[in-house]
Design a protein around this ligand. Structure first.
Ligand SMILES: Nc1ncnc2c1ncn2[C@@H]1O[C@H](COP(=O)(O)OP(=O)(O)OP(=O)(O)O)[C@@H](O)[C@H]1O
Length: 603
C-alpha cells in the first residue's frame, strides 16, 4: 500500500541518523512537543508530511495528524489526512512488529485500521495510517438511542469477527480503541499493540473440536463441584457455608486444579484477607504495604494455586505451563498452607504464565483467573463491558485497583457460583469466604441509567421506617426498594416504566458477559443474535455494512423530528409511570427530566 510514492521502509534498515542536537526553540505545548519529537527522531517524516497536531496519546505511542507535503497546494478539505502513530522508543521491537503484521494482514477492511507505510529511524518507528476523525466516547455513550447502540455494537462485532477469523486476540478492546464518527457513521478498531495469536493448542472460542473438548471437561468439573458441595460440611445447597473452602476436593481433583485464593466475599476482598490473616497472628503493622507481613499475605494468597499440583507434574490438560520442576521427585509436599510464607517446594515451581495484557476494567474472568489458554473470547468479554457501559450509562463500569478486586467486582455482579464453576472449568479454583447471589443485569442497567430517579431522597423517605431508616438488601447492599438481585425477595420499585431496551439487548449482554469463556458467544454468533437480526428488517439502514469500512449512511432524523417522536412515545408510555409514582410529585418531575435526558424508545 504505498502512500503516494512514499517509501515503505523495511524494518531493520535505518533510514537516517537521528540528529543529536535538540531543536533550539523550546516547544510551547504538548502537541508541539510531540511534533518536534517525531520530526527529530524520524526526520524523513518532515520531508514527506506536514505534521499538524497531536490527536491521541497512549501508553505506548503518540498519534499525530499529518497531511502530505506534496498536497500542500490543495485546499484543506481536499488534502488527505493521516494518523501517524509514533511509538515510544522503549517499545519492544517485537511488539511493534506484531502490531505492524496485524495491520498489514487484517487491516483496511471490516472496520479494522489499515496501514499505509511504516517509517523507522534507529530506535524510533512510526506507522502511517488513514486518519479517522472521531467522537469521544464520553460525549456520546449516554446519548445514543437503541438503533444507534445497535449500530455501534454491530460494527464493533464486525471488526472483532474479522480479527478473530485470523485467530488473533486484540486484547485491548475498549472505547478509546474503537473509533466512532457519529456524523458519518464510521467505525475503526485501532491499536493492535497487545494483539496476540491464539496458540494452536488453544483453538479459538468457536472452534469445533477444541470447544467440544473443553465443554466436556467443564461438564465433568461441574459435576465434581456438585459432588464436592454435597460432601462438604456446609450441608444443603451446594457450597453453602462460610468460608467456602473446597479443600477436601483439591486432592481428589488430582492436582489439575490450580487454586486461587480470593479470600473475602465479593465486595472488599483485601479487607477480609487481612481479617483472616489477623486471625493467624500476623505482625502488628500488617496493613503497611512496605511491610513484609503483607508480602507474606500476598504470597499466601497465591500459594494455594501451587498447593495442588499433581505429583506427576503438569496439568490434566497437558499444558506446558504449571508444571512442577521437581515433580518427578518425591519430596514435593507443600508446607505453606496456613503459613505466612511460601515453602521451598512451591518457590521452586514454575510460575503460571497466563497473559494479563489488556486494560484494567476490560479483563475477563479467565484473564483474572490466570488461565493460560486464552482465546478470542477475551475480546468478546471486553465488547460486553462496553455494551454494559452504554446500557447502564456508567463509564468506566469496572474500576478496580488490582486483579483480585477486579475479580471480586465480577463476583458481585455474577455471583460466586458462576465464578467458582468457571474456575473449575478452567482448572483453577477460587476460594470465597462468602456467598454472593447474582444481580440482574436489567435492574443494574436501568437503575444506574435512571439513577437520579432511584437515588432520590424523597423516594428513600417514602420507603423509610418511622426512625428514618430503610432496610438494605444484604446481598446487593442496596436499599430494598432498589434491590438489584436477580431473585429479589423484596417488593422493589417497578422498572417497566423506565425500560428503554428490548429484551434481546439484555440477552445479548448476558451472552457477551458469559463468565465461562467456553460458553461465551463468539463475535460471529453475536452478529446473528436477535438484537441485530430482529431489527434488520425494520431498520436496515441503521445496521451498517457487514463488511468494508464506513461508506454507509444511517438515515438520520432531524433533532426536531426525534423530539416530537419521543414526546409521542412518552405520552403513550407515561400513564404507567404516573401510576407507579403516584403521590410523589418529586418523583414525577425527576422522571420527566430523566426521560428528556435519555430520550429512549421502548421497542
Ligand atoms: N487512525 C486513527 N485515526 C484517528 N485517530 C487515531 C487513529 N489511531 C489512533 N488514533 C487516536 O490515538 C489514540 C491512541 O492510539 P492507540 O490506541 O493506537 O495508541 P496506544 O499508545 O496504544 O494507546 P493506549 O495505550 O491507550 O492503548 C486513540 O485512542 C485515538 O484517539
Amino acid at each position: 500500500m504505498p502512500l503516494g510514492g512514499a517509501p515503505i521502509i523495511p524494518i531493520g534498515s535505518p533510514m537516517a541518523v537521528m540528529p543529536t542536537t535538540p531543536r533550539a526553540q523550546k516547544p510551547r505545548s504538548k502537541s508541539e512537543e510531540a511534533i518536534s519529537d517525531l520530526l527529530l527522531r524520524i526526520p524523513d517524516i518532515g520531508i514527506l508530511f506536514d505534521v499538524h497536531s497531536r490527536i491521541g496519546n497512549g501508553t505506548f505511542s503518540t498519534v499525530l495528524l499529518a497531511t502530505l507535503r506534496r498536497e500542500s497546494h490543495l485546499p484543506d478539505n481536499v488534502r488527505r489526512k493521516f494518523a501517524i502513530k509514533h511509538h515510544i522508543p522503549t517499545s519492544h521491537p517485537d511488539r511493534i512488529m506484531k502490531e505492524l503484521q496485524c495491520m498489514t494482514k487484517m487491516g483496511g477492511t471490516n472496520n479494522v485500521v489499515g496501514i499505509h507505510c511504516c517509517l523507522r529511524c534507529d530506535a524510533s518507528a512510526a506507522f502511517v495510517m488513514p486518519y479517522m476523525p472521531h467522537d469521544r466516547f464520553h460525549d456520546f455513550f449516554t446519548r445514543m438511542d437503541v438503533s444507534e447502540i445497535r449500530l455501534y455494537m454491530r460494527n464493533l462485532l464486525i471488526a472483532l469477527r474479522h480479527v478473530h477469523k485470523f485467530d488473533i486476540i486484540h486484547r485491548d478492546v475498549k472505547p478509546s480503541n474503537f473509533l466512532y464518527n457519529r456524523r458519518r457513521r464510521e467505525f475503526l478498531l485501532v491499536d493492535f499493540g497487545l494483539a496476540q495469536h491464539v496458540l494452536p493448542s488453544m483453538g479459538s472460542s468457536s472452534a469445533g473440536m477444541g470447544a467440544v473438548g473443553k465443554r466436556s471437561r467443564e461438564a465433568d468439573n461441574e459435576e465434581q463441584l456438585a459432588q464436592h458441595s454435597m460432601q462438604g460440611g456446609g450441608g444443603g445447597a451446594a457450597g453453602a457455608g462460610i468460608p467456602m473452602e473446597i479443600a477436601p476436593s483439591d486432592a481428589e481433583l488430582g492436582g489439575a486444579v490450580k487454586r486461587m485464593r480470593l479470600e473475602e466475599g465479593s465486595k472488599m476482598p483485601l479487607k477480609q484477607i487481612n481479617e483472616i490473616a489477623q486471625g493467624e497472628a500476623p505482625p502488628a503493622d500488617f496493613g503497611n504495604p512496605n511491610n513484609p507481613g503483607q508480602q507474606a499475605s500476598v504470597q499466601q494468597l497465591q500459594q494455594p494455586e501451587q498447593n495442588y499440583n499433581a505429583p506427576g507434574g503438569g496439568t490434566a490438560s497437558g499444558s506446558k505451563y504449571n508444571t512442577n520442576r521437581n515433580a518427578a521427585g518425591s519430596g514435593t509436599k507443600c508446607f505453606c498452607f496456613a503459613n505466612p510464607s511460601v515453602c521451598l517446594n512451591c518457590l521452586m515451581k514454575k510460575e503460571v504464565h497466563a497473559s494479563r495484557a489488556g486494560t484494567p476494567g476490560y479483563r475477563p474472568p479467565e484473564v483474572l483467573l490466570k488461565y493460560p489458554d486464552q482465546t478470542t473470547a477475551v475480546d468478546v468479554w471486553a465488547a460486553g463491558v462496553i455494551f454494559l457501559s452504554i446500557m447502564s450509562s456508567v463509564y468506566p463500569f469496572f474500576k478496580a485497583p488490582n486483579d483480585f478486586v477486579a475479580l471480586a467486582e465480577i463476583v458481585t455482579i455474577f455471583g460466586d457460583q458462576a465464578i467458582r464453576k468457571t474456575a473449575l472449568a478452567l482448572e483453577r479454583m477460587v476460594t470465597l469466604s462468602q456467598r454472593s447471589r447474582p444481580l440482574s443485569l436489567r435492574k443494574l442497567c436501568l437503575r444506574f441509567r435512571h439513577r437520579r430517579v432511584f437515588s432520590d431522597d424523597k423516594l428513600h423517605r417514602s420507603h423509610a421506617n418511622q426512625d428514618g431508616k430503610c432496610e438494605v438488601c444484604r446481598n446487593c447492599d442496596q436499599y430494598y426498594f432498589n434491590c438489584l438481585c436477580e431473585d429479589s425477595e423484596y417488593n422493589d420499585e417497578p422498572l417497566d416504566p423506565y425500560e428503554c431496551f428490548p429484551a434481546s439487548a439484555y440477552d445479548l449482554l448476558h451472552r457477551l458477559l458469559e463468565v465461562n469463556p467456553h460458553k461465551r458467544i463468539t463475535a460471529a454468533e453475536a452478529l446473528l443474535h436477535p438484537f441485530f437480526t430482529a431489527a434488520e428488517g425494520q431498520n436496515q439502514a441503521a445496521t451498517g455494512p457487514l463488511s468494508g469500512g464506513g461508506d454507509h449512511q444511517m438515515t438520520e432524523k432531524s433533532p426536531q423530528a426525534e423530539q416530537s417522536a419521543s414526546r409521542k412515545q412518552r405520552r403513550q408510555r407515561y400513564p404507567k409511570v404516573a401510576g407507579a409514582a403516584a403521590g410523589n410529585e418529586q418523583m414525577k418531575q425527576q422522571l420527566e427530566l430523566d426521560v428528556h435526558a435519555s430520550n429512549y424508545e421502548k421497542l
